[in-house]
Design a protein around this ligand. Sequence first.
Ligand code: AMP
Ligand code: TRP
Length: 329
Amino acid sequence: MKSKKIIFSGIKPSGAIHLGNYFGAIRQWIELQKEYQGIFCIVDYHAITVDYNPKEMQARILGVAADYIAAGIDPKKSIIFVQSQVPEHTELAWILNTIIPIGELQRMTQYKEKAQKQQSVNAGLLNYPVLMASDILLYKAIGVPVGDDQVQHVELTRTIARIFNRKFGFVFPEPKVILSRGSRIMSLADPNKKMSKDLGEKHYIALSDSPAIIKEKIAKAVTDVGPQPTGGKKSPGVTNLFELLELMGDSKNVEKFEREYKQGKLHYQELKEILADDLIKYLTEFRKKREELLKDSKKVKKILEEGAKEAQKIAKETLKEVKEKMGLI
Ligand code: AMP
Ligand code: TRP
């Protein structure tokens, strides 16, 4: 296992996994695990930086684990684990906190956006990207497959690695961001914003949504207001629907609808019906596997425990190296 280069990524257990998470992140993980040692984390310590319901957390963590596996992350090939079960993550994060200037954290876009929405900002929200850097650097990952919104955090991780290496001697390779074609899927109800769990139900399609819900959400998706512009640029909502259709691999229909669009003859309702059918077909197998896994939570918990053990072996080695370089015992 050690001879393979490592890629690392994670998703917060803060709600259902949606098409943005899938096309931005998970779909690439499935491909990358063939060539690399994949380490895929459920980042619960990141999820608690905003208000959440403790009663729901366990089920959410297990839900994300089931999502990973049902989508095609193979626990025999890749390591799947929960962040809080490997305490080395917070230990290294503390160390990295001591070398990064606060100004670097205050200028992060995600921090600024989230801080704006809160009456009082907790320190964890500011330090969020340091914990993310710790996640990645603990495993000396060379690649981080994420969506577009995380690029800035991966760049900060590279900065942190550079500062550490300069100060104490080389430990961390600088990880590269790995982006996919669907790295920025937009909300269905407000296509100027990215698809996100925080916006609310009608904005996203969860991988676990039932066929009836998928149909309903796509049917209500925002397209154009007013008549269809001929020859002009597509509106953000229409662009998003085309992109989803393309990501489904339905090139035949994409071509047909493009042609109709250019002629000003495209009926959005037809595009929506076909997209909904494609999605339902695409997700049928996933939904079945996910349901089976959720019925057998013991099996999922076992996978997570074993994953944590494997991850911790690597994490401990790195932390030992870090402490030695820093003159700690
Ligand atoms: P989160 O749900 O914020 O924990 O995000 C988990 C992963 O999904 C990260 O790699 C994000 O960049 C990616 N992601 C989240 N929302 C989108 C989106 N709308 N489009 C593409 N990727 C996304
Ligand atoms: N911050 C990421 C997000 O919101 C989640 C995350 C935490 C992550 N640690 C990570 C992603 C390490 C990649 C690598 O989407």
